[in-house]
Ligand binder design. Structure first.
Ligand code: SF4
Length: 441
């Protein structure tokens, strides 16, 4: 989408380095056809490769047993690898959330999060996933209550092992399938860039600046690696995806959208089970509105007026709230689709009743819902969590004003896996990373 790229004025983004190397994972059918042709092979070989990469999620050329041994050797000799990203490290929360440090072929790392039972983000957005959320709301409330009790007496572990929920009399192995672990569905939170340039003031990722864009294969590959870890069978297990990890997907638009197609057509996850969150990249939203296959949209609003938003999200200097809302209004929504507005509540900054009333005015008449996120603390970030009363009052005011509003369940706070908490845990080993400037706006 050239529009998003050129109009965004992100010259720095265009100049970001991309990984070198011959990675098969991330190629679409046409590109695989070119690989086959270059090796003097028939076009149907491309289909075999495509199925092996995305349906079977094979991790090595040698493992593509639908190809002849001779062809596998030819691919390897030509330097082709599958190059699916690898899980390097796992942090496991007491609530079952897993945060992964995932390594790309060139050694860069990002973080990806697995949330069994999700975080309630889809509630009220009109989709099938939302209906499932509603049905399971009571169970989720029970789980949250027991989680709170458990968190008071527990610490998380960082390793590749398992966790147990004390008091429930069962150990839950995270390596198992969803059914084996006792969960009904899961949400995977994916990164789209190595770091982020947007510089939202409440976000830990922003502290580390931007390294580079991820390729489509590296974005979809995070999903494949996590699905493999949990032996997920698409079609049987219910998997939701949120593009809400490290990075701004609309500043890596082409690779992001290509990854969506690979995830939908190749891996088999319906687009209705995907949500992309943007900080408000106007040309990106406009391009997104024109896509025929696309996830649902969530806009990180986080303030009720431009003055507060500029302080919290400096990107507001470039695109104002009114412009973003106009672009959202212009999206041709599908049946059962609502736009989600994410709103991180920052104590004393944007969580007052007058802010709630301003939000209602902004969103009036829109087919929309609001997800409130109680700010998750991160080291070196100088905000306060709002009180439970302030969050509840904010929610009540919006609901009373006719806006469906939900408070997102925090997942994995103890392992820094919650919203705005993702960072690169290798940063301590590579301290130069913190020196990269984050402020692009
Ligand atoms: S909230 Fe998202 S867009 Fe903002 S700095 Fe963090 S990762 Fe980037």
């Amino acid at each position: 989408m050239t529009d998003a790229k050129t109009q965004s004025g992100m010259d720095a983004e265009a100049a970001l380095p991309m990984p070198a190397g011959r990675a098969l994972f991330g190629m679409n059918l046409e590109e695989l056809g070119q690989v086959a042709a270059a090796l003097g092979e028939k076009p149907y070989r491309a289909k075999q490769l495509y199925e092996a990469l995305y349906e079977q999620r094979v991790t090595s050329v040698e493992g593509v047993t639908t190809l002849s041994q001779q062809l596998r050797e030819k691919l390897t000799a030509a330097g082709w690898q599958i190059a699916m990203p690898q899980i390097l490290q796992t942090a496991t929360s007491v609530d079952g959330t897993e945060r992964y440090l995932i390594r790309m072929a060139d050694g860069e790392t990002v973080e990806t999060v697995w949330m069994p039972d999700g975080d309630g983000g889809e509630r009220g957005d009109g989709s099938e996933a939302a209906e499932e959320e509603a049905k399971e709301a009571v169970a989720a409330a029970d789980a949250a209550a027991s989680e709170t009790a458990f968190m008071r007496s527990s610490t998380a572990r960082v390793d590749g092992g398992y966790w147990s929920r004390r008091g429930e009399g069962r150990d839950i192995r995270n390596f198992g399938t969803l059914a084996e672990t006792g969960f009904r569905r899961a949400t995977i939170c994916i990164s789209s860039q190595v770091g982020c340039a947007v510089n939202c003031q409440f976000c830990l990722t922003a502290k580390f600046g931007i390294r580079r864009n991820l390729t489509a294969g590296e974005i979809a590959g995070q999903v494949a690696a996590v699905l493999n870890r949990h032996n997920i069978q698409i079609g049987k297990d219910r998997i939701n995806l949120v593009f809400m990890g490290m990075g701004e997907p609309f500043l890596n638009y082409e690779h992001f959208m290509k990854s969506v197609l690979l995830l939908v057509e190749g891996i088999g996850i319906p687009e209705s089970r995907m949500t992309v969150s943007t900080s408000g990249i106007l040309p990106g939203i406009e391009a997104f509105a024109r896509e025929s296959v696309r996830p649902k949209l969530a806009l990180s609003l986080n303030a009720s007026n431009d003055i507060v938003r500029e302080r919290v999200m400096p990107i507001t200097r470039k695109w104002k709230i009114a412009q973003l809302l106009d672009a959202c209004r212009a999206i041709p929504l599908r049946n059962r689709e609502w736009v989600t507005f994410e709103y991180v509540l920052l104590g004393g900054v944007n969580d007052q009743p007058e802010h709630a009333r301003e939000v209602l005015t902004l969103l009036k008449g829109m087919r929309a819902k609001v997800n409130l996120i109680v700010w998750n603390p991160g080291p070196g970030i100088d905000y306060k969590q709002p009180s439970a009363e302030a969050a509840a009052q904010f929610q009540s005011l919006l609901i009373e004003g006719g806006m469906p509003t939900y408070i997102r369940r925090p997942r994995g706070r103890d392992i820094y896996a919650a919203c705005g908490q993702l960072k690169r845990t290798v940063v301590e080993e590579r301290p130069h990373l913190v020196e990269i400037g984050a402020a692009a706006f």
